[in-house]
Write a protein of this length. Structure first.
Length: 461
């Protein structure tokens, strides 16, 4: 007798399951079949499944299909999972059947096993836990629920925090004038406030667009069952379910207006992912600006000094690298890649069912997590703490021949270009070359070429 395994059965027959596993036969079949990766469904997704199963049990009792004791036992088992228990009993690979049936049955079996232990009589994973449901409406619902909650509770607050930190830094260093750059080449001067206002606007826009697109996630597929017709679910199930989910999570969910749409497609999640990608682009832009401004300290721009967080080299003593911006750019790259995966997966809605649901769930939740955490890190460990190198800023501004642009209305573009080229070639201050090459009084040139005045734009007189 093998004491490490027990025998379980499903509609396909008998097989062995680890003795201490809360899951049953269908989960074990999935474990045996899908040895594709080391990736399993995110804990936030499993928690969303538990919320769904708890709400369904309560609604099925309210509608008279499930007795009070069984409903209560299922609800208690779900509450344990929501509290973070039993997550080790969800071993199914992300790369599985495209409907996510294996993950749905994994949840049904774990909940049924725990409910049976709590109740003392058999609770069936299909007949009781999965009552009035199908993997085809449960998994799309779990994608919407888990993503909506993660965006509301994690990502939007993280982006709001990043906005606030950028705004505070503008107040702190905004009046400092630096050399503007286009094509990575010297351009007209700009203040830190002006330059960083673009960062701030990027994050404000990203947060708004994510919030707008995420509103579509509040519509749920639950109640559509297998193909959208609602077979084996009470006609009132969907509305009651959405109300119960709102009560449980504090998020205002509602029954999907068209269950066929929510089961056959993942267009709403594809749209959200597109906005997550845009946020990733914004974070990458900000992180790369920080890296460039911090470059040096002797051979680069050295306009700012990022906080030293750890040694930067295993061979070069004293080297310190911009580790948080680098980590942010990698996270952003992953989010951009995730969006491509979600886009490809989203078009795999063959007739009445999308068949790449698990990979959509995994990638969208990973993107939300990466953006949330990297936004906080970038705010607190890079932007909030960097120092401005005023000496370096002044040195660059003094040598910047592009300041001659302001003289275009007075001497013409070609004459100004000659002056700029001469200043470059002779490594002289633009003020000195302009004084020698034009009839403009030196005192007027000092005023005209004042970098701070040039940040105000307009035609200088």
């Amino acid at each position: 007798m093998d004491l490490t395994y027990r025998s379980e059965h499903d509609s396909m027959g008998e097989l062995k399951v680890p003795a201490d596993a809360l899951y049953q036969a269908q989960t074990q079949r999935a474990v045996n079949n899908f040895k594709i990766s080391s990736l399993t469904m995110p804990s936030r997704f499993i928690t969303a499944l538990a919320h769904i199963k708890r709400a369904a049990a309560k609604v099925n009792h309210q509608l008279g299909y499930l007795d009070a004791k069984t409903s209560s036992a299922i609800a208690k088992a779900c509450s344990e999972i929501i509290a973070g228990e039993h997550l080790e009993h969800f071993p199914v690979d992300v790369f599985q059947t495209g409907s996510g049936t294996s993950t749905n049955m994994n949840a049904n079996e774990v909940i049924a096993t725990r409910a049976t232990a709590l109740l003392g009589t058999k609770v069936h994973p299909n007949d009781h836990v999965n009552m009035g449901q199908s993997s085809n409406d449960v998994i799309p619902t779990a994608i919407h629920v888990s993503s909506a909650i993660a965006i509301e509770q994690e990502l939007l607050p993280a982006l709001t925090h990043l906005e606030a930190v950028i705004a505070a830094k503008i107040e702190q260093v905004g009046e400092q004038v630096k050399t503007g750059r286009t094509h990575l080449m010297d351009a007209m001067p700009i203040t830190f406030a002006q330059s960083m206002s673009a960062w701030h606007a990027q994050i404000v826009a990203a947060r708004a667009h994510i919030g707008e697109s995420a509103a579509a996630l509040l519509q749920l597929a639950q109640g559509g069952t297998a193909v959208g017709t609602g077979i084996n679910a009470d006609p009132d199930f969907a509305a009651h379910f959405a109300k119960e989910m709102t009560k449980q999570t504090g998020v205002s969910f509602k029954a999907g207006e068209n269950p066929f749409f929510h089961i056959a497609t993942q267009d709403s999640v594809v749209a959200v992912s597109g906005q997550l990608k845009t946020a990733a682009v914004a974070l990458m832009k900000i992180a790369n600006d920080l890296r460039w401004m911090n470059s040096g300290p002797l051979g680069g721009l050295a306009e700012i000094e990022l906080e030293a967080l750890q040694p930067g080299s295993s061979i070069m003593p004293g080297k310190v690298n911009p580790v948080i911006p680098e980590a942010t750019t990698m996270a952003a790259a992953q989010v951009i890649g995730n969006d491509t995966t979600i886009t490809v997966a989203g078009q795999s809605g063959n007739f009445e069912l999308n068949v790449m649901l698990p990979v959509i769930a995994y990638n969208v939740l990973q993107s939300i997590e990466l953006l949330s955490n990297s936004s906080i890190a970038l705010a607190d460990k890079a932007i909030a703490s960097f120092k401005v190198n005023e000496e370096s800023l002044e040195r660059s501004l003094a040598k910047n021949p592009i300041l001659v642009t302001v003289l275009n209305p007075l001497i013409g573009y070609e004459k100004a270009a000659q002056i700029a080229k001469k200043a470059y070639a002779e490594k002289r201050a633009i003020l000195d070359v302009a004084a020698a090459e034009t009839d403009i009084p030196y005192e007027d040139l000092i005023t005209l070429l004042d970098p701070r005045k040039l940040t105000q734009g307009g035609i200088q007189n």
